[in-house]
Design a protein around this ligand. Structure first.
Ligand code: HPA
Ligand code: ZN
Length: 349
């Protein structure tokens, strides 16, 4: 069994992806046409050629502009359904998806338009493919905390359908502490909380996210490597890092996947997970990210299994569902092992 085949069949959870970052060029063009939205590109090739970025802000400029093609409920439905189809094909059993509601409401799209479309597609994917999913609304950190609090209030009708809240967007200059009250309110309401930290920002932002915002997971978290005490604390607490190697490569957070800290942190005992972030922009879905790490970091099959197990340890799911997923990983590992043994026997005879 090749690494590609092993990764393809490995049951996994994806915990760090932005729905708006999963609009493939063909869907992007269809949505622009459907809604009569003026865009700069007319072919898929032109769009793909535009996906070359200097840094996070350079990417965010294009990403926020791209959101303009999402107007009607059906658009939000289609983006969500297409991502969940694609994730199911990668043997993702469970996905937790980020939704940047402010990027839409500030353009005049009503929360109900967004939520009806996304939630309907999530229900459909569960019924049709058996893939479970959760929704995490991210506040944009370049906006004020007051706006984040307004966002929280505006979603009250959907609280029972939301898993939690997070923090995304331009990191440097917008430290976690700017959103301390927002996170306190989210936690008081019983939501799971996560935050992007240590992608372009320093280790201090990761520490602040953990200690002040009391996040249950850190999104990215790369910069923690600059603080040995923090690395030891994260290993001890098992607060997961949702890492995104191909995103980090495309936004120049790392010079190469070989230089990515994922394997070092995994070996240090942290609950590291592999995710796609914005798959259509960064050239890869979750399996592409696993494989890029396998090749560049020389991951063994046992490392791939650890990453998949971590994804379910880190997921906001019931203990029952976690146990089911871990058994599915064990079954797949046993199948791969039996194939290795069978091949060895065939060679010996
Ligand atoms: N970082 C911060 N915000 C984001 C990202 C990211 O990688 N992708 C979409 N929003
Ligand atoms: Zn992200």
């Amino acid at each position: 069994m090749t690494p590609e085949q092993f990764v393809a069949g490995l049951p996994k959870a994806e915990l760090h992806m932005h729905l708006e970052g999963s609009i493939e060029p063909d869907l992007f063009l269809r949505l622009a046409r459907r809604n009569g939205v003026d865009i700069r590109w007319s072919t898929e090739a032109e769009l793909r050629a535009a996906y070359s970025f200097d840094d996070l802000q350079d990417f965010l400029n294009l990403y926020y502009d791209g959101c303009r093609v999402l107007v009607q409920s059906q658009d939000f439905h289609d983006v969500t359904r297409e991502y969940l189809h694609r994730a199911h094909a990668d043997r993702v059993l469970h996905a937790e998806m980020f939704l940047g509601v402010q990027g839409h409401t500030t353009r005049g799209v009503a929360p109900a338009t967004i939520m009806d479309g996304v939630l309907g597609a999530m229900d459909e994917a569960l019924a049709e493919d058996g893939i479970s999913s959760g929704l995490i609304v991210v506040a944009q950190r370049h906006r004020s905390e007051a706006e984040a609090l307004e966002l929280l209030d505006s979603l009250a009708p959907w609280y029972d359908r939301l898993m939690g809240f997070g923090l995304g967007g331009a990191e440097v200059g917008h430290p976690p502490r700017k959103f301390a009250e927002f996170f306190r309110r989210c936690r008081a309401l019983g939501f799971k909380v996560v935050a992007h930290a240590g992608e372009e920002g320093p280790a201090g932002y990761v520490r602040e996210a953990v200690e002040l915002l009391q996040v249950q997971r850190v999104d990215h978290g790369n910069a923690c490597v600059d603080d040995a005490a923090l690395v030891a604390e994260l290993a001890q607490s098992r607060i997961p890092l949702t890492m995104c190697p191909l995103s980090n490569l495309r936004l120049h957070v790392v010079p190469s996947v070989a230089a990515h800290p994922l394997k070092r942190l995994l070996d240090a005992g942290l609950c590291v997970t592999v995710n796609s972030d914005d798959p259509s922009y960064f050239g890869g879905y979750v399996n592409d990210n696993y494989l890029a790490c396998q090749v560049a970091l020389g991951l063994e099959r046992a490392d791939l299994v650890r990453l998949a197990r971590n994804s379910f340890e880190a997921a906001f799911i019931s203990e029952e569902r976690r146990a089911f997923a871990l058994r599915a990983i064990d079954a797949w590992s046993a199948e791969a092992e039996a194939e290795v043994q069978g091949a060895a026997r065939a060679e010996a005879t």
